[in-house]
Each structure stands twice: as structure tokens, then as C-alpha cells.
Design a protein. Structure first.
Length: 167
């Protein structure tokens, strides 16, 4: 399977870098199977940092990873995914550790819905299920792209760099 990473700097070996902001699945090396999403992200990174050039790294993911590392796979956005993302976005995730997390991406377009969910739950915890159902409908799950987040060096061993292309 091919995965893509949009960036603004050349590098050969992916690294897990602590983010300067809260991300969906916490610290890790973020990739996607959607080339368009990775290209768009490369351009966003250049624009936000006012530095570098938009680059697309293409990787091959060794399919044997599932037999050797601990994987959390959210096949679709659901309440468990929503809570997982919110806990990471609030920097208060205390659950199980994984080598690789796969699931839908909560990008800048989805953040108003997720923030509204967080605010609603903080105001009225007893209605959490109702708020989650409403938020998931608003997110239009069929339009969310995926992300593969490599959270450990053990997981990164299953990625092989194929190409780096200026986009």
C-alpha cells in the first residue's frame, strides 16, 4: 500500500516529532492514502510557515505490519473515534498506547464541529451521547479522508521511502 506525506522540507528518514499544537492522534509521523490530501497539506505547510517548497513523499507500507505492531484502526468516524480525537486535541489522552493509529482525519474544516462537541460535553456531560451523534452527522463521515499515524520507531520500520516530488 502506498502512503503519502506532504511537507516543506527534504528528509529521507521519517521521524516522530512532538507537535507544536494538539493533533488528532497525538505525536507521530502523519501520512495518508489520499495523494490529494497530502499535496494540499504540503502547500498549507509552506503557506503557514512561509518556508520551503511543497513536497510529496511517497512511501510503501509493508503489509506485514499488522502481525508485528500494536494498531488501533478506526474504520469510520464513531463516538470512540470522536472521543479519541478530542482527548488528543485537549492533550488529556490517558488510554492505551499504540504503534500505529489509522482513521479519519479531523482537519481544519471539521474543527468547528469538534470544538462545539467539546464545549457541549464540558457544559453538559450527561448529554454526551446526544452531542456525539449530532457531531458525527455534522461531520459528514463520507467526506473525511484517512490518516495513518506512526507513533513509534517500531511502526516506522514498515515504511519505505519511494519518491520525493515537488508539487
Amino acid at each position: 500500500m502506498q502512503l503519502y506525506h506532504g511537507t516543506n522540507t527534504h528528509f529521507k528518514t521519517p521521524k516522530i516529532i512532538a507537535p507544536n499544537r494538539a493533533l488528532d492522534f497525538g505525536a507521530g509521523f502523519y501520512t495518508t492514502s489520499d495523494i490529494g490530501q497530502a499535496v494540499a497539506w504540503a502547500k498549507v505547510v509552506v503557506r503557514r510557515s512561509d518556508n520551503g517548497i511543497p513536497l510529496l513523499n511517497t512511501y510503501e507500507l509493508d503489509e506485514n505490519f499488522r502481525n508485528h505492531i500494536k494498531v488501533k484502526h478506526f474504520h469510520a468516524p464513531n463516538k470512540e473515534w470522536l472521543d479519541f480525537v478530542c482527548e488528543h486535541r485537549l492533550n488529556n489522552y490517558n488510554g492505551e498506547d499504540y504503534d500505529l493509529v489509522i482513521g479519519p482525519v479531523a482537519n481544519d474544516n471539521t474543527m468547528p464541529v469538534i470544538q462545539s462537541y467539546i464545549d457541549s460535553v464540558q457544559t453538559n456531560e450527561s448529554e454526551k451521547d446526544f452531542f456525539a451523534e449530532f457531531a458525527l452527522r455534522q461531520l459528514r463521515a463520507d467526506r473525511l479522508k484517512d490518516q495513518f499515524v506512526f507513533k513509534t520507531e517500531a511502526a516506522l520500520q514498515y515504511l519505505t521511502l519511494l519518491t520525493v516530488t515537488e508539487v
